[in-house]
Design a binder for this molecule. Structure first.
Ligand code: BDR
Ligand code: CA
Length: 318
């Protein structure tokens, strides 16, 4: 069995918490660190949530606190109408809970870990790309050290969808478009699992209820943490929850569940399209343009959603 050493870069976050449990429960994953980003909550909230989840589920991995703001400008307001006031679906954390974060900032933790295990570590990044961009700025050598990077972010118009915060932009990318454009400028093994596939992947209420019944403490927590998030989807006319961050984990574990397309990627950083992700598929011809000379990266274009649900269920239930 292939074992993936993983750093999980995350902004917990309801679906982040579900993805973290997916990684934790997978026998194919050796989780070597959690790094936090602002996004679904402030960096204080998401770091506290990550520390809580790691402790509650006995993960025994370091948590390194990441950037609290994007490379440029101010953070967007946390989407408390999606993830609740505490970014964990309003599932309370004991008031006296205090975790201990790693003393290093997240980007330094990433650099140290990659240098210590060249070619071995995969980064699953499901929040803003700020920590990755800061790591890259400080240590360009990490390009040759990472095994692969799987990003939940963006939308490439495959299914006619370009955004979920604006018509042009997905949340993780809109939260720091400059960072996203920087990480797509370098030639490292990078795959985007965007809304094109995550909004094609649902977990219905009865599926989540069965996890609560059969999945022990993790399954019950997934049920609890997803109640507020599910209500948000229902209010928006979506019949059941989209599977965003766990899709990045599923791609890592079973890339065969996805079809991909390769090509250079640019991220709009200006105007009404700020945060838009656009790929120039390999082999296509255009006039000279800002995609020229950029490396090719993969974008997921289709998903076997039933396969993902089966994998998630068997992993959580054990
Ligand atoms: C992404 O944005 C966040 O709200 C979710 O956790 C996910 O990473 C979906 O657009
Ligand atoms: Ca997230």
């Amino acid at each position: 069995m292939a074992i993936h050493k993983v750093i999980f870069d995350t902004d917990p976050g309801v679906d982040d918490a579900m993805a973290l449990l997916f990684l934790h429960r997978s026998p194919e994953v050796d989780l070597v660190g959690v790094t936090t980003t602002f996004g679904n909550g402030t960096i204080d909230q998401t770091t506290r949530n990550a520390l809580y989840l790691v402790e509650r589920f006995g993960m025994n991995v370091p948590v390194a606190r990441g950037a609290g703001r994007p490379l440029v400008g101010e953070p967007l307001d946390p989407p408390d109408f999606v993830h609740g006031q505490n970014a964990l679906g309003n599932v309370p954390i004991p008031e006296d809970f205090q975790g201990n974060a790693d003393p290093r900032p997240a980007h330094r933790f990433i650099i140290d870990m990659l240098r210590a295990s060249p070619g071995e570590i995969t980064i699953v990044a499901v929040g803003r790309m700020t920590n990755l961009a800061l790591a890259l700025r400080e240590a360009p050598d990490i390009v040759g050290l990472v095994r692969q990077i799987v990003v939940m972010g963006g939308a490439f118009g495959i299914a006619g969808v370009q955004g979920n915060v604006t018509p042009a932009a997905e949340a993780n990318i809109l939260g720091d478009p400059e960072a996203a454009d920087e990480i797509t400028a370098v030639d490292w093994p990078l795959t985007f699992v965007g809304l094109d596939v995550t909004q094609k992947t649902f977990m219905p209420t009865d599926y989540l209820a069965a996890l609560a019944t059969d999945g022990g403490e993790a399954g019950r927590f997934i049920w609890d943490v997803s109640r507020f998030y599910e209500a948000f989807h229902h209010e928006g006319g979506v019949p059941s929850i989209y599977v965003h961050d766990s899709s990045a984990v599923a791609y890592l574990l079973r890339p065969g569940l996805y079809e991909t397309r390769s090509g250079a990627i640019r991220v709009s950083t200006a105007g009404v399209t700020r945060g838009m992700t656009v790929q120039k598929p390999d082999g296509t011809r255009y006039a000279p343009c800002p995609w020229d000379g950029r490396p090719s990266h993969r974008v997921c274009t289709s998903v076997d959603a039933e396969g993902l649900r089966e994998l998630y269920r068997t992993t959580i239930v054990g």
